[in-house]
Design a binder for this molecule. Structure first.
Ligand SMILES: [Fe+2]
Ligand SMILES: [Fe+2]
Length: 374
């Protein structure tokens, strides 16, 4: 069989990364890699976990759904999709410089997030011996490497490249217990689906707002993320205690609150990007939360009350606090530090205020299986 020549056709994450690295033309990628290296509460992180515990998962309780999902992922409907074609007409020169800066920031952050999934999944595949688990993680790593590679293709046209090989070696890894990986990753896959599809559907209705061709690739893209989320839903179903015990319900609520509020704060920091798309960022946030909540009913026994009177004001408070923290950090010295600490306290207070909003409970279906419906 011929070796693939582009990450879009690679069958493994390793091949996809190698193909991307082989394109390392002499470009200014230091700045992009530096941004990707950042570890703050708001930037995508790399995770490591107890791989032996994950390897011990027995998928017998969800076997039928599991085999169907793996067969679908193996059939690889998106092979070759993540590659430029003649629909790709990027106009970096014609882009307003401030928008360009925000869009680049968006792409670097998305590339890092995609690659963060790739690194974690690839490592699970490498360390595991449970064929069910290693097969799944190899397939998900393959997809994420293609996604990250494709974003890097887009960035390369703007003279930027995230150095994926360097990131793997040099970026700090955060340890999460396996159950926290399930909650956080399940949610980030599903919210990723909701984000991509919401933008895609919006641009279907407003094609004049499509200021870059990458958005045309979002539908197939979000279907990959949807499948990854389905896999984590099944993993969560292998042990009822993961979603039913009192302590774990508190953790689920914590992760829902953290993932939603992080997204809100981060998106509100990119006003020009959302303006250019013609998307009201507050509407977009609530719409993505609504879709994610609806989907998450497949495994979580409750959703957050995003229409509660305390919800939006405290998200906004968190957003203002994060601006204060960033300014304090940039200023430095005693005044800067005091302002930063005060900002962190405000953010924590707003977080608690949201966390304590009573959740909306419902019954969970026996089988979590869903189709992407948006
Ligand atoms: Fe992805
Ligand atoms: Fe994914």
């Amino acid at each position: 069989m011929n070796k693939p020549t582009h990450s879009a056709f690679a069958d493994t994450a390793e091949d996809a990364i190698a193909l991307q690295e082989a394109q390392s033309d002499p470009m200014t990628s230091d700045k992009a890699t530096e941004i990707a290296m950042q570890n703050t509460l708001l930037t995508p992180r790399f995770y490591t976990t107890d791989f032996a515990e994950m390897d011990a998962i027995d998928v017998t309780p969800v076997r039928a759904d599991w085999d169907r999902l793996i067969a679908q992922m193996k059939s690889d409907p998106n092979k070759g999709h993540f590659k430029k074609n003649d629909k790709w007409q990027a106009d970096w020169e014609g882009m307003d410089p401030a928008l360009r800066a925000e869009f680049i920031d968006f792409l670097i952050s998305s590339c890092t997030a995609e690659f963060s999934g790739c690194v974690l999944y690839k490592e699970m595949k490498r360390r595991g011996s449970n064929t069910d688990i290693t097969t799944l993680f190899q397939l998900m790593a393959r997809d994420e490497a293609r996604h990250a590679g494709f974003i890097n293709d887009a960035l390369r046209e703007a003279g930027i490249r995230v150095n994926l090989g360097f990131l793997t070696q040099a970026k700090k890894y955060t340890y999460f217990r396996p159950k926290f990986i399930y909650y956080a990753t399940y949610l980030s896959e599903k919210i990723g689906y909701a984000r991509y599809i919401t933008i895609f559907r919006h641009l279907e209705n407003h094609p004049e707002k499509q200021f870059h061709p990458i958005f045309q690739w979002f539908r197939e893209w979000c279907n990959d993320e949807f499948s990854h989320g389905e896999a984590f839903a099944l993993l969560l179903k292998t042990d009822p205690a993961l979603t039913e015990s009192r302590v774990n319900k508190m953790w689920i609520k914590f992760f829902l609150t953290a993932v939603y509020s992080t997204m809100w704060v981060r998106d509100h920091q990119r006003p020009l990007f959302h303006d250019a798309l013609g998307v009201d960022v507050t509407w977009y946030g609530q719409e993505v939360f609504r879709k994610t909540s609806e989907i998450s009913k497949q495994v979580f026994p409750f959703t957050l009350d995003i229409d509660h009177p305390r919800w939006r004001p405290n998200l906004d408070r968190m957003e203002r606090a994060s601006v204060q923290v960033a300014r304090g950090k940039a200023r430095g010295g005693i005044v800067g530090t005091a302002s930063r600490v005060a900002g962190m306290a405000k953010a924590a207070f707003a977080f608690v205020s949201i966390y304590t909003i009573p959740a909306i409970h419902h019954d969970v279906p026996a089988s979590p299986v869903m189709e992407p419906a948006y």
